[in-house]
Write a protein that binds this ligand. Structure first.
Ligand code: SF4
Ligand code: SF4
Length: 459
């Protein structure tokens, strides 16, 4: 399928003839940026599970205990809205970046692209250049071919296993994961998940590659809806390049009625999506800019101006005015900013305890021998802090009400405790059958407190 950014010229071709894509290695300024970004993200991915924080892993998504630890904050199932808001911040930030810079996420930051280029790099080192790889694949099986294929797949599998182990260490404490691995004490469920993620990485980065972006990634499907004529994208300047044709370096293109495209085909050979950018904008393009670097190299060789293929916008290419601050961009930027502020507010004002008061529903009240009235309750208290603490309860809104709790309630880090207690009110202090009161639960230092309304029955 092919389209221009405004989808005016949609050409539907539902089935594509799938041929293996042999990617030529490319160097250049954009490839340097892409590699540096890839290394940085990969280092983050590998190192984050090893960051300690107060004696435990700083980032741990513990599904078993239903707790997500991110440094000093622990999210519980009750904080699901905060996590949903976090995903929404990510989504709007992505919409903002896409409208402004196009598919920069796909080409430079997406794990699919980072891993795909890493696997292609291994392929290149083991099996040789693009032409050598094509020759090798077309040749009959030999000892040399077997050796190269076995080496490549072994390295790919090893990298997939490391990726899977790193990924799993976000869910299982990294130290125990590796200790269990080396002492062969893995449970079958851990073995299953590690094997599954390893095979997914192997299949995805080794074989599926651009097909994942073209046929499976939902983002590639809807990102064109965010594009406008000012969105940055990779484009070929057809006015300058056509008519294309081969020539010698010293030939005068004007005399030969040729444009600047020397038809070297390098932009096609370096493309991981297997497309020809000279055919116009295509949704398969992930904006990796490999074709920009390849074409700039050719332009330099022929002493032409660089930028026949460039990172530009449709308006810039047509010589029209480029507008950065347009309503769509401002709207996405504003929504992202508001959501980030709301998230920050939520985190700053989050109360690190969860308390629920349940009344005893079997007996509404009891009258004691001295005429005082007693109600029974149950407190369910979850200490969301990352350290143990002690809590007290007091009653507000009813004079002379007393609790039968004499000692503070102790709760370990992330622990939920259930405490039954009673409130007793002397006969003379009772003026109505149902009184509204408030229970105030505070920690030892009175830094954390929650107010819970409840009722007191006396008749
Ligand atoms: S057309 Fe260029 S920018 Fe797009 S995927 Fe291919 S090489 Fe990358
Ligand atoms: S790399 Fe540039 S000069 Fe070579 S074929 Fe592509 S557009 Fe033409």
């Amino acid at each position: 399928m092919k389209f221009d950014v405004q989808s005016e010229n949609l050409i539907i071709k539902p089935y594509k003839n799938e041929k293996a894509t042999y990617v030529r290695e490319q160097k250049g300024r954009f490839q340097r940026m892409r590699r540096n970004a890839g290394w940085f993200l990969m280092l983050l991915f590998v190192l984050i599970p090893w960051i300690p924080y107060h004696g435990r892993q700083a980032v741990l998504l513990d599904f078993g205990a239903q707790q997500f630890h991110i440094f000093s904050i622990t999210f519980f199932p009750q904080d699901l809205t905060a996590l949903a808001a976090l995903f929404m911040v990510g989504a709007f930030a992505l919409f903002f970046i896409t409208t402004w810079l196009g598919r920069i996420w796909c080409g430079f930051l997406c794990p699919q692209t980072v891993w795909m280029f890493m696997y292609i790099w291994v392929e290149e080192k083991v099996e040789g250049s693009r032409n050598q790889r094509i020759k090798l694949d077309n040749s009959p099986m030999s000892w040399n071919k077997f050796k190269k294929k076995a080496t490549k797949h072994s390295i790919w599998l090893f990298m997939s296993l490391l990726t899977s182990l790193t990924f799993m260490s976000y869910f299982i404490p990294a130290k125990s994961l590796y200790v269990d691995l080396f002492s062969l004490e893995w449970s079958s469920i851990v073995t299953f998940w590690v094997a599954l993620f390893a095979m997914c990485t192997y299949g995805n980065a080794g074989f599926l590659r651009e097909k994942m972006c073209i046929y499976m990634c939902p983002y590639s499907r809807f990102q064109s809806a965010m594009f406008d004529k000012n969105t940055m994208l990779i484009a070929y300047d057809a006015d300058r390049g056509e008519s294309r044709g081969r020539r010698k370096r010293n030939d005068d293109p004007k005399a030969l009625s040729l444009g600047d495209c020397v038809d070297c085909n390098l932009c096609v050979e370096v493309c991981p999506a297997g497309i020809d950018i000279r055919n116009g904008l295509q949704y398969e393009c992930i904006s990796c800019a490999a074709c920009v670097d390849a074409c700039d190299q050719t332009m330099e060789r022929f002493n032409y101006n660089k930028g026949l293929i460039s990172f530009t916008s449709e308006n810039a290419l047509a010589g029209n005015k480029v507008s950065v601050f347009r309503p769509k961009i401002l709207a996405y930027a504003s929504i992202t900013t508001v959501m980030v502020c709301l998230m920050a507010f939520f985190v700053a004002t989050r109360v690190p305890i969860e308390a629920n008061i349940l009344r005893d529903r079997t007996v509404l009240y009891r009258t004691n021998f001295d005429g005082s009235v007693e109600n029974s309750y149950q407190l369910k208290l979850t200490n969301k802090q990352q350290f143990a603490d002690e809590y007290t309860i007091r009653v507000a809104g009813m004079e002379n009400a007393s609790l039968n709790l004499t000692k503070p309630i102790a709760a370990g880090a992330h622990e939920m405790v259930v405490v039954p207690f009673t409130i007793t009110v002397p006969e003379e202090a009772i003026s109505k059958k149902i009184s509204e009161l408030e229970l105030i639960i505070e920690n030892k230092n009175q830094e954390v407190s929650v107010h819970k309304p409840t009722r007191f029955y006396s008749g």
